[in-house]
Write a protein that binds this ligand. Structure first.
Ligand SMILES: Cc1cc2nc3c(=O)[nH]c(=O)nc-3n(C[C@H](O)[C@H](O)[C@H](O)COP(=O)(O)O)c2cc1C
Length: 298
């Protein structure tokens, strides 16, 4: 791999933004509803956003100062005047309307109306919720931390969740949020977005025969660590086991029908190793981590 190296001091803020937006992605999108001291409502999307604490439950988003003229965004002015907000989660069905609210409307313009969203009164804070949003989080703003003085500088809005509302249609049978139903979108660099769909969701679950801290890749025999067949993801899975299988277990597995076919053939050592590694890879793809190890140790 050839690396392009960039010193922050050698690029313009616009260039840096390009690199950061594409590299730190996908970013979840929060739709922040705020009010000013006169009760005027504002609604704007932010992808410099995430959850940073569970207890207390803290969300952080960052309205930067406008890069072109270093002016302050209305959302920031509002939370400084009225330290409350509602964070509404954006799903695919709302993404174009959400984009509409990101336009630079004059202060006092209510983007709920501009974008055709419905205000829903909150229960613990004054800014309204977005009725169309499947998850609405009523928050008080504990702190606002400025990250700089120049155009494009971030301002961390530290928002503590007080009450959360979830559309029951996106819950599974256990009452948990179903990632297949919430239909999330996220922002990448430039004009790029992505949608979380069934075919791009996958799980990293610990296989049943792995518990506690794994042995790690540094403990592997060299032939396995340097395999030309096993991928980084394969090695990561193998590293999850707590201990390698015993010689007896390896021996017993080598006598099973599925292994006999492979081992009985009259082949040279190199081909044999390749076949074993391919077999291990296949077992790993089917979640059989311990059996994969037995094969690799034959
Ligand atoms: C999907 C999306 C994500 C955005 N994320 C941010 C962000 O994280 N920080 C920011 O300052 N502006 C962000 N923007 C731009 C603001 O939404 C835009 O500047 C908006 O006009 C600010 O509104 P306000 O001045 O009413 O607060 C984003 C725009 C879009 C469409």
């Amino acid at each position: 791999m050839r690396l392009k190296t960039i010193d922050a001091s050698s690029v313009t803020p616009a260039e840096m933004q390009g690199y950061l937006h594409y590299a730190i992605a996908p970013r979840p999108i929060c739709f922040a509803s705020t009010i000013d001291k006169n009760g005027e409502v504002n609604l704007s999307p932010f992808s410099f956003f995430n959850v940073f604490s569970i207890n207390p439950p803290i969300l952080v988003f960052s309205p930067t100062s406008r890069a072109r003229d270093n002016t302050t965004k209305h959302t920031l002015e509002n939370v400084l005047e009225v330290p409350e907000c509602v964070i509404n989660i954006v799903s695919y069905g709302m993404v174009q309307q959400t984009y509409l609210t990101s336009a630079d409307y004059p202060r006092g313009v209510n983007e709920f109306y501009k974008a055709g969203f419905t205000e829903l009164a909150s229960e613990t804070v004054r800014p309204p919720r977005v009725a169309e949003s499947s998850v609405q989080l009523e928050c008080v703003v504990n702190d606002v931390i400025s990250l700089g003085k120049n155009g494009g500088a971030g301002n961390l809005v530290i928002a503590e969740v007080k009450r959360m509302h979830i559309n029951e249609d996106i819950l599974d049978a256990d009452g948990k949020i179903d990632p297949h139903k919430i239909d999330l979108v996220a922002r990448l660099g430039g004009d790029w977005y992505c949608r979380v769909t069934r075919d791009n969701l996958f799980k990293i679950a610990k296989p049943i025969d792995c518990s506690g801290a794994g042995i790690g890749i540094d403990a592997f025999p060299g032939e396995v660590k340097n395999s030309s067949i096993l991928t980084g993801n394969n090695l990561g899975l193998l590293g999850l086991v707590n201990a390698l299988p015993s010689d007896e277990d390896v021996e017993a597995f080598s006598k099973t029908d599925e292994m006999k076919v492979l081992l009985d053939a009259d082949i040279d050592n190199h081909i044999r190793t390749m076949r074993l590694h391919l077999k291990a890879k296949d077992l790993l793809d089917n979640g059989r981590v311990m059996d994969a190890w037995k094969v690799l140790l034959m």
